[in-house]
Design a binder for this molecule. Structure first.
Ligand SMILES: Cc1cc2nc3c(=O)[nH]c(=O)nc-3n(C[C@H](O)[C@H](O)[C@H](O)COP(=O)(O)O)c2cc1C
Length: 292
């Protein structure tokens, strides 16, 4: 596969076999290369067309684009967005992550756990209050007790017996956060959400599955772990190797190539788990103002 790339709108490099075409966007260039006709317009629009096969004609208009030409003369024009989305391990982790509820009981390496905790520590927080306090539970008996103190369905969260680590995410409110509550803002909860998701995404990148657990009997969790009254128990996060294995995110990024870069219903992620349906961007994003 031949790959050509340009990071400047003015110049687009297209390497086709051994030929290189350089176009400056002051002029419209049309080049013939074997059976391909490449047109590069003043706006950076690139079109590759194959004579006699309309299906193979592709075009894109982007400031930065990449042209890949395979041996079988299929070509993909990749926009900046697509390129970044397919190479970013952050985005790959976001897309590959699933809530894992079946675990292989093997322990997590200490260095991986360190990275998870460091990811939480570095999270942003309102007025930099860093309200998070995290209890790392590895003891199998305690995990079993926690699973029974999380009343989510018939089995509660019985998978915590296998997940080698359960992180109990607590918050200690700062004075500013207590004041914010007077105007109805629970920033300490927002902060825990951010820190927890840092953990979850870092875990995904390391090939670990996670599951947030919000359905908890706080009284029981408090008693089991001896959590002081001033700490609010927000959520639990189970962490461990998914029972059905996982591909590291670095390898996942390759597999995402050439796919519409969104988590789609049914797409398989960590632990071989299909994606849950997501709302469309049209349903959740409003530009400039909300339509009347
Ligand atoms: C704050 C929060 C609380 C959650 N609580 C639970 C829970 O108690 N039990 C559970 O099985 N999943 C829980 N989840 C996981 C959600 O069910 C899951 O994220 C959602 O269905 C989307 O699926 P996905 O994570 O696989 O994409 C929770 C997620 C969040 C963010």
């Amino acid at each position: 596969m031949v790959v050509a790339r340009s990071d400047k709108p003015a110049i687009i490099l297209a390497m086709l076999d051994t030929k290189m075409i350089i176009a400056r966007n002051r002029e419209v260039i049309q080049k013939k290369c074997r059976s391909l006709v490449i047109t590069i317009t003043t706006t950076g629009m690139v079109t590759i067309a194959w004579a006699g096969n309309a299906k193979m004609a592709l075009s894109c208009s982007c400031a930065m684009c990449e042209i890949r030409v395979g041996n079988n003369l299929t070509a993909m024009l990749r926009s900046t967005r697509d390129m970044i989305m397919e190479r970013s391990t952050v985005f790959a982790a976001i897309r590959y992550r699933r809530s894992v509820r079946e675990y292989d009981p093997r322990p997590i390496e200490d260095w991986k756990l360190d990275i998870l905790l460091e990811s939480a520590r570095l999270a942003p927080s309102s007025t930099n209050s860093q309200p998070w306090r995290i209890i790392v539970v590895k003891n199998p008996d305690t995990r079993k007790q926690l699973s029974l103190a999380t009343p989510g369905g018939i089995n509660h969260h019985y998978w915590m017996v296998d997940a080698p680590v359960v992180l109990v995410m607590c918050a200690i409110k700062s004075n500013v956060q207590k004041f914010a509550q007077l105007i109805g803002k629970n920033y300490h909860l927002v902060d825990i959400g951010i820190a927890g998701e840092h953990v979850v995404l870092a875990a995904t990148e390391l090939g670990l599955g996670t599951c947030w657990v919000g359905w908890i009997d706080k009284k029981r969790v408090r008693a089991i772990l001896g959590i002081p009254a001033q700490a609010e128990i927000v959520c639990l996060i189970g962490v461990g190797y998914p029972k059905n294995g996982a591909i590291p995110v670095s390898e996942m990024t390759d597999q995402f190539a050439a796919v519409e870069p969104r988590q789609e219903n049914g797409e398989i992620g960590i632990g071989g788990i299909a994606a849950n349906k997501r709302k469309s961007l049209e349903e959740i994003i409003f530009h400039e103002k909300v339509n009347a």
